[in-house]
Design a protein around this ligand. Structure first.
Ligand code: ADP
Length: 442
């Protein structure tokens, strides 16, 4: 370009020099210079007009044959245009490939705009969500997926997890729906058919619930006979004292496991939903302290209660009692007699917090993420010896989930553990004389 530009400058200088020579010869230097400049401007105007015409119809190749800097401009612009055409073809091909793979996906994919309107969807979305190309494109997905859980999910705006809903149209299918926000306010909705997984899960849950039910009665009978034989004062009771004591102990353990499994099944199946009584957590803590002190006997660590709020929790009193009692009894079992256990309850505008803190042995960090799994124990043999079922924390987690609450566990080996149940404000009933439950001393 620099060469052509220099050429152009020299051309103009040449024309002006000729004009000056003619001017000198005729005595009209100024007029000839103006004539030369006007000629130059006219030439550039003419080329500008040709260039604009060519831009409108770039295929008229003849127009490109221009001299000087204009030839270079035509060359550069047509190169750019060629590159753009190539890029466009490549992007078009990529888009076609992307669409083809999105169409081949077994999961539904729906691209949504700023106002949840449907921009595009694949074949699986037509099949699973019942979307139809013409009438539904441009409509809000909220008008098409009407499940209340889906609307609550969208309004909560927390898309870290997927949501399971029944497929629209009453087909009986179960879908795991997930929203992925991207590019500002746009979203991608993905839906996966999880009917089969859901059915297998249902079978598993039903099996556990039925097996537990079936085992309950025979175990009660066996337990009754063993107890009877132990206290009969017969030769059998004296002769078989140890085996009978062990049988009684193991029967009681099995009964506890079955009761816990039935409680878990009930929580999982959501039978009857969550009852919404106003649960007095302060009163519950007093009962728990009494119960724990009695259960621990002479080796009881110091157990104190610190209920700083009178706020009540909206929920199922029996389930909450069972969850809190599990946490307190765990603390008692893992804290030595010279240790301390503190049970706290506080509430403020951000929610309620029930805490059980102990100065017991603590839990190694690698076990913490798995503690709420069924039958997961740090030390299996020890848990069994103490009559543990390994289901306590799984029950706590499920009860809290039913109450929209969360379980956080903090623990340091040799220092102690804190189990925290965090309830959202929507689950609290705050007393009239209690603004936000905050202790003035805080
Ligand atoms: P378990 O019937 O064994 O108590 P849980 O589900 O209640 O079953 O608890 C699971 C495991 O978590 C326990 O076996 C124990 O290893 C550990 N654990 C629970 N609470 C505490 C605690 N306060 N201190 C130390 N370890 C604990």
């Amino acid at each position: 370009m620099a060469g052509r530009w220099g050429e152009e400058v020299w051309r103009l200088a040449g024309v002006l020099a000729v004009c000056v020579v003619f001017g000198l010869l005729t005595g009209h230097v100024r007029d000839f210079v103006i004539l030369g400049l006007a000629g130059g401007i006219a030439w550039h105007l003419y080329n500008t007009q040709r260039f604009l015409r060519w831009l409108n119809a770039p295929d008229s190749l003849g127009d490109r044959e221009a001299g000087g800097v204009w030839g270079e401009i035509y060359y550069r612009v047509s190169q750019l245009q060629r590159r753009n055409r190539k890029r466009k073809r490549k992007l078009g091909k990529m888009l076609a490939q992307f669409r083809a793979s999105a169409e081949a996906m077994p999961d539904a994919a729906v691209a949504l705009g700023n106002h949840w309107e449907i921009l595009w969807f694949n074949d699986a979305a037509s099949r699973l969500l019942g979307l139809r190309q013409l009438p539904d494109t441009g409509r809000s997905v909220l008008n098409l997926l009407r499940a209340p859980e889906f609307h609550a999910y969208v309004h909560a705006g927390n898309f870290d997890h997927s949501l399971e809903i029944g497929a629209p149209g009453g087909t009986g299918q179960k879908l795991a729906v997930r929203i992925i926000p991207h590019a500002g306010n746009q979203r991608l909705l993905l839906a996966q058919d999880v009917t089969e997984r859901y059915r297998l899960e249902r079978i598993r849950k039903d099996f556990v619930a039925n097996a537990s039910h079936e085992l309950r009665t025979p175990l009660t009978v066996i337990g009754g006979f063993v107890e009877h034989m132990r206290h009969e004062g017969t030769e059998c009771a004296t002769r078989w004292a140890r085996p009978l004591a062990l049988m009684e102990q193991q029967t009681a353990r099995m009964q506890r496991i079955i009761e816990d499994l039935l409680l878990l099944s009930g929580l999982e199946s959501g039978q009857g939903g969550v009852r919404t009584e106003e649960v007095d957590v302060g009163g519950l803590i007093d009962d728990l302290v009494e119960e724990a002190t009695a259960a621990a006997g002479p080796d009881a660590p110091e157990i104190t209660a610190d209920a700083r709020s009178e706020a009540r929790v909206l929920g199922d009193a029996q389930h909450l009692r069972s969850a809190f009692s599990n946490l307190v009894m765990n603390a008692v079992q893992h804290t030595p007699a010279d240790g301390r256990i503190e049970i706290r309850w506080r509430a403020d505008s951000e929610g309620g917090l029930f805490e059980v803190q102990d100065t017991g042995e603590g839990i190694p960090a690698e076990h913490l993420p798995r503690l709420t799994e069924r039958f997961y124990r740090v030390d299996v043999a020890r848990s069994r010896r103490r009559g543990g079922t390994g289901l306590g924390l799984a029950i706590v987690k499920h009860v809290l989930q039913k109450h929209d609450a969360r379980l956080d566990i903090e623990s340091v080996v040799g220092v102690g553990s804190t189990f925290r149940c965090a309830f959202p404000p929507s689950r609290l009933v705050v007393a009239d004389n209690e603004d936000d439950g905050r202790d003035p001393a805080d």
